[in-house]
Every structure is written in structure tokens, then in C-alpha cells.
Design a protein around this ligand. Structure first.
Ligand code: PGA
Length: 255
């Protein structure tokens, strides 16, 4: 059976940015994409307070909505936390998990991320699982082993191409304006694919999307998205403005 090329996906991560004033960008995004053929899937992950509104504003468009984190449990005494089921209830279809900012500022371990991925699947969400090395780890030549360890610990055994997306985000490239070279990205994405092959069947391995994230913007996205095994992007800063975000989405030929 021929292996199917995954459909690319661009996911916007608004992080802790956005109040109701920012909804104008969503309106603009929907208007700019109205009736326009696009060659990739698109997801916007606003802060939790805006998910329902953004979902409703985008209901007539092809843009989906996602969360930026969830709790492993479906409900309970966890003040301030949000269950995957609650994200789903607000209209989310995706959730970003294990982002390096969560790992760093909230001490999230691979084991906790793995429980959250299972929770996302339980709620019917696609988990966008983030992994990536720090600058020190890169300088020590540890990029591939670090990413491999995170990947091994952060995803459960029963993942599918529908319910799981991997995002490779070098920590030092996030918000810094710096990116790895094309060859470096290619090498890490290939290593991730090889590792997936050890746990998953060939169809699933080939179909799982592996995104690049870290200072992706319209000016560098074309070169990055052309790298083999890069199946889309996780975009922070450049997802906040409709014009920049659509500048990346527009790089895919409509199909
Ligand atoms: P950036 O963020 O595009 O602003 O570097 C990416 C991310 O953290 O997901």
C-alpha cells in the first residue's frame, strides 16, 4: 500500500496574548480567507478565555480552534485548571501540550505531558505534542537524544495520525528570531520520524504530521516548509496578526 503524504497544517499559538480587542484579527482572518482556496489545514489557539468566541466567529470558515494546555483529569478539585472536555465543549478540536513554556515555567515532565495527551484523546481532541532542545543541550551535541527522550516519554502507545501531531520547537528559537539551518531541521525531523517508526505501523508513521516551530514568519516559512518531513508549522508571534499568519498559510498551493 502506498504511503500517503500528510496534509500540511499551520497552527497559531497566541500564548497569553489577546483580549476581546484582538478579535478584530480573527474577523480579518476569516474575511481574508473567505472563498479563497487554501492548501493546508489551519488552527488558531487563542487563550482559553477566547476559545468559544473565536470558534463561533470562525464557524463558517475552515479555520479550527484549539487550546494551549489541559489537565489530565476530566473534572474535579483542580482550581484554575481546564479539562480537555471543557476545551471540546468550547468548540476546540486541538490542544497544544508540553510546550516548552509549560515545561519550563510549570515544571511539566514528559510523564505529565503523556497523561495530558491521553486526556486530549479521551475528549476527542487532537494533541499537538511539543518537544525541543535548549541551547545548552544543542551546544553539547545532545539535540537528537533530548528530542528522542521527550518524544518517547510524552506520547502514549496508541497514537494515530488523526489524534496526534508532533511539533519540534528548539527552545532557543522560540521568540528569538533565530532558527536552525535547513539541514539541522531536516536531521531532527528525520530522527523523529525514525523514532515513530519504532513504535508505530508504517502507515501511521508516514501520516503523522511533524511541525516545525520557533520564529517562523512569512519571510522564512517558505524555506522551512519545503524541508522534507516538515509537515507544517506551529507559529507564535506571527500568528497574532492576520496578515502575517495568512502570509504563511498562503505559501501552500491550494489543492
Ligand atoms: P514563536 O513561538 O513563533 O513566537 O517563536 C512559537 C511557539 O512557541 O509555539
Amino acid at each position: 500500500m502506498a504511503l500517503i503524504e500528510p496534509r500540511p497544517i499551520i497552527i497559531g499559538n497566541w500564548k497569553m496574548n489577546g483580549t476581546s480587542e484582538s478579535l478584530g484579527e480573527i474577523r480579518l482572518m476569516a474575511a481574508m480567507l473567505d472563498g479563497v482556496a487554501i492548501g493546508c489545514e489551519v488552527v488558531v489557539c487563542p487563550p482559553a478565555t477566547l476559545i468559544r468566541t473565536v470558534h463561533e466567529m470562525l464557524s463558517g470558515s475552515r479555520i479550527k480552534t484549539g487550546g494551549q494546555d489541559c489537565h489530565p483529569e476530566p473534572q474535579g478539585a483542580f482550581t484554575g485548571d481546564i479539562a480537555a472536555e471543557m476545551l471540546r465543549d468550547c468548540g476546540a478540536t486541538h490542544v497544544i501540550l508540553g510546550h516548552s513554556e509549560r515545561r519550563h515555567y510549570h515544571g511539566e515532565t514528559d510523564a505529565l505531558v503523556c497523561r495530558k495527551v491521553t486526556a486530549a484523546h479521551r475528549a476527542g481532541l487532537t494533541a499537538v505534542v511539543c518537544i525541543g532542545e535548549t541551547e545548552d543541550e544543542r551546544d553539547a551535541g545532545q539535540t537528537v537524544p533530548v528530542v528522542a527522550r521527550q518524544l518517547a516519554g510524552s506520547i502514549p502507545d496508541n497514537v494515530s495520525a488523526e489524534n496526534t501531531i508532533i511539533a519540534y520547537e528548539p527552545v532557543w528559537a522560540i521568540g528569538s528570531g533565530r532558527t536552525p539551518t535547513t539541514d539541522e531541521i531536516k536531521q531532527v525531523h528525520q530522527a523523529i520520524r525514525d523514532q515513530l517508526a519504532e513504535r508505530l505501523d508504517p502507515q501511521t508513521t508516514a501520516a503523522i504530521r511533524i511541525l516545525y516551530g520557533g520564529s517562523m514568519k512569512p519571510a522564512n516559512a517558505g524555506a522551512i516548509l519545503a524541508i522534507p518531513d516538515v509537515n507544517g508549522g506551529l507559529v507564535g508571534q506571527a500568528s497574532l496578526k492576520a496578515k502575517d499568519f495568512l502570509g504563511i498559510i498562503g505559501l501552500f498551493a491550494p489543492n
